[in-house]
Design a protein around this ligand. Structure first.
Ligand code: GLN
Length: 487
C-alpha cells in the first residue's frame, strides 16, 4: 500500500502541492487499496472510477499551471450510497433502488466536485440508513477493519470502514440518530453531525427529514473541520437549510480552551457502560482537567425518553418519505402484477427489507387516526422538552461530553435478531438529533480487545467552531487518533 494513504488529508494536500505525488497517482493508489481490501470489508456498493480520475486530472492540471487549489482538492472521498452523484447508482443499499441511476447531483456532491475532490465510490450502509450495525444492507454486510468479525457500526458503516482502513481519506455520511458518530466511534475515527440545517439535504435520500443531517468522516478533527466547510452553506433547494455564512472551522482549532466548562452527562455515565468505556471516560475527564477546563456534572432528565421519542418520530417520517417507492416512479417494479394495487403491494413487499418494513408499519400506526394524538403528538411535545434540557444545560457549560456508545463494536450477528437491543445502541447519540445540535465522536482509547472507543462532544446549535476546538484539543492530547487498524 502507498504509505501516503495512511496520512491525513492535510498531509496529503501538502504532498500534492509539493509534487511528491500527483492527484491521479493518489487516486489510483486508493483504488488499489480498495481492490486489495474489498473482499474482506464490503465497504463499497459501487466504485466511481471515471468520475474520480477525471477530477484528479483536473487537480493535476491546476498544479501544473501553478494555480491555487480549492480546499481538499485531490483527496479521495467515499460518498454514502444514499447521496446522488450523476450517472452513478444510488441504491440506499435497498433492492428497491438496486438499479436506480442518479439523474442529478446532490448539493453536497456538487460542492465536492466544485472543490475537485475525487469521489472514489458509493459507500455501503444499512438499508435507507436504518440500523446501527450495517447488517441491514440488502447487498452485503460491512466488516470492521479493526476486527473483521465485528460490526463497523451503522448506518454509515461503509463510509467509516473505508476511512478507517485507508481505502479513502475522507467520507460523507448521514446522521438521523447517530449514524455518523456511532460508526466513527466503532471504527476509531472522527465523525461529525452538524447543526440541523447547516448542510443541504437536497439529493440525500430522505429517511426522517426533521432529523437527517449530512456530515464528515475523517482520521483527524482538522480534516473533518475542513470537509464540513466544503459541504456547508445555504441551499435554496432545501427549505430547511440555514441562510448563514459558512465559517472557516479549522481556524480556531488551536485556541486555548483553559477555563472552558465541560459538562459530563450524568445519565450516560452509569447504566450499561462497559468497564473499558467507563475507564476511557474517566481518562477523558482527566484530559480536559489538564487542559484547564472546569468539569461540571449535568443532568438531562428527559434524555431517557429519547429513544422512544425517536422511534415514533423517525418511523412516522419514514413511512411518509418512503411512500414514493411504489414501482411507478423509482427503481424496482414487480413483474407480472395483475392490477395496480397488486403492483404497489408486491413491489414494496419484494423491494424493502425487514427492518424498513418494520419502520414503515410502526410509523403508519403512529400516524393513524385515533393514535396520532397518543403517539405522534406526544412525541413532538417530548421532543421539545428534550431540546429544553439541552438549552438549560448550555447555559451552564460550553460543551457536553459522554461516551458515543456505552460499548465498543459488537460481533456480527450479536444483535441482528433483536431490534430493541439494536435500537438501544443509539442511547447517547439520538438526543442531539432531536435537539438539532452539532456533535462529534473523537477517538478516546481502546478496550481490552483493542477495539476503539469514541468520546462524544456536543455543542449548542451553530457552535461548530467551538465543538471542533474542544475536540481537537482532546485529540492532540493523545495519540489514539494516529493508530490505524492493522489491515
Ligand atoms: N440507528 C438509528 C436508526 O436505526 C439511527 C440511524 C441513522 O442515524 N440514520 O434509526
Amino acid at each position: 500500500m502507498n504509505e501516503l494513504l495512511r496520512k491525513t488529508a492535510t498531509e496529503q494536500s501538502k504532498a500534492l502541492k509539493n509534487k511528491e505525488i500527483s492527484a491521479v497517482e493518489l487516486t489510483e493508489a486508493a483504488f488499489k487499496r480498495i481492490d486489495d481490501l474489498e473482499d474482506k470489508l464490503g465497504a463499497f456498493n459501487s466504485l466511481t472510477k471515471e468520475t474520480a480520475l477525471n477530477t484528479a486530472k483536473k487537480v493535476d492540471e491546476k498544479i501544473a499551471k501553478g494555480e491555487e487549489l480549492p480546499l481538499l482538492a485531490g483527496i479521495p472521498l467515499a460518498l454514502k450510497d444514499n447521496m446522488n452523484l450523476v450517472g452513478s447508482k444510488t441504491t440506499a443499499s435497498s433492492k428497491i433502488l438496486e438499479n436506480f441511476v442518479s439523474p442529478f447531483n446532490a448539493t453536497i456532491t456538487q460542492k465536492l466536485l466544485d472543490n475537485l475532490i475525487p469521489i472514489v465510490g458509493k459507500a455501503n450502509l444499512d438499508e435507507f440508513a436504518m440500523g446501527s450495525s450495517n447488517e441491514n444492507s440488502a447487498f452485503k454486510k460491512v466488516h470492521n477493519p479493526w476486527n473483521l468479525n465485528k460490526v463497523p457500526g451503522g448506518s454509515s458503516g461503509g463510509s467509516a470502514a473505508s476511512v478507517a482502513s485507508c481505502e479513502a481519506t475522507l467520507a460523507l455520511g448521514s446522521d438521523t440518530g447517530g449514524s455518523i458518530r456511532l460508526p466513527a466511534s466503532f471504527c476509531g475515527i472522527v465523525g461529525m453531525k452538524p447543526t440541523y440545517g447547516r448542510v443541504s439535504r437536497y439529493g440525500l435520500i430522505a429517511f426522517a427529514s426533521s432529523l437527517d443531517q449530512i456530515g464528515p468522516f475523517a482520521r483527524s478533527v482538522e480534516d473533518a473541520a475542513n470537509l464540513l466547510e466544503v459541504i456547508s452553506g445555504h441551499d435554496p433547494k432545501d427549505s430547511t437549510s440555514l441562510n448563514l455564512p459558512v465559517e472557516h472551522y479549522a481556524a480556531s482549532l488551536k485556541d486555548d480552551i483553559k477555563g472552558k466548562k465541560v459538562g459530563v452527562i450524568k445519565e450516560l455515565m452509569s447504566e450499561g457502560l462497559s468497564d473499558d468505556v467507563a475507564k476511557a471516560m474517566e481518562d477523558a475527564i482527566e484530559t480536559y482537567k489538564k487542559l484547564g477546563c472546569e468539569i461540571v456534572e449535568i443532568s438531562l432528565p428527559k434524555l431517557k425518553y429519547s429513544i422512544g421519542i425517536y422511534y415514533i418520530l423517525a418511523t412516522a417520517e419514514c413511512s411518509s418519505n418512503l411512500a414514493r417507492f411504489d414501482g411507478v416512479r423509482y427503481g424496482y417494479r414487480t413483474p407480472g402484477a395483475k392490477n395496480i394495487l397488486e403492483m404497489y403491494t408486491k413491489t414494496r413487499a419484494e423491494g424493502f427489507g425487514p427492518e424498513v418494513k418494520r419502520r414503515i408499519m410502526l410509523g403508519t400506526y403512529a400516524l393513524s387516526s385515533g393514535y396520532y394524538d397518543a403517539y405522534y403528538k406526544k412525541a413532538q411535545q417530548m421532543r421539545a422538552l428534550v431540546t429544553e434540557d439541552f438549552r438549560e444545560a448550555f447555559k451552564k457549560v460550553d460543551v457536553l461530553i459522554s461516551p458515543t456508545c456505552p460499548n465498543t463494536a459488537f460481533d456480527l450477528g450479536a444483535k441482528a435478531s433483536d431490534p430493541l437491543q439494536m435500537y438501544l445502541t443509539d442511547i447517547a447519540t439520538i438526543s442531539a438529533n432531536l435537539a438539532g445540535i452539532p456533535g462529534l465522536s473523537v477517538p478516546a482509547g481502546f478496550d481490552k480487545d483493542g477495539m476503539p472507543i469514541g468520546l462524544q462532544v456536543l455543542a449548542p446549535q451553530l457552535q461548530e467552531s467551538k465543538l471542533f476546538n474542544m475536540a481537537y484539543q482532546f485529540e492532540q492530547a493523545h495519540d489514539y487518533w494516529k493508530q490505524l487498524a492493522n489491515i
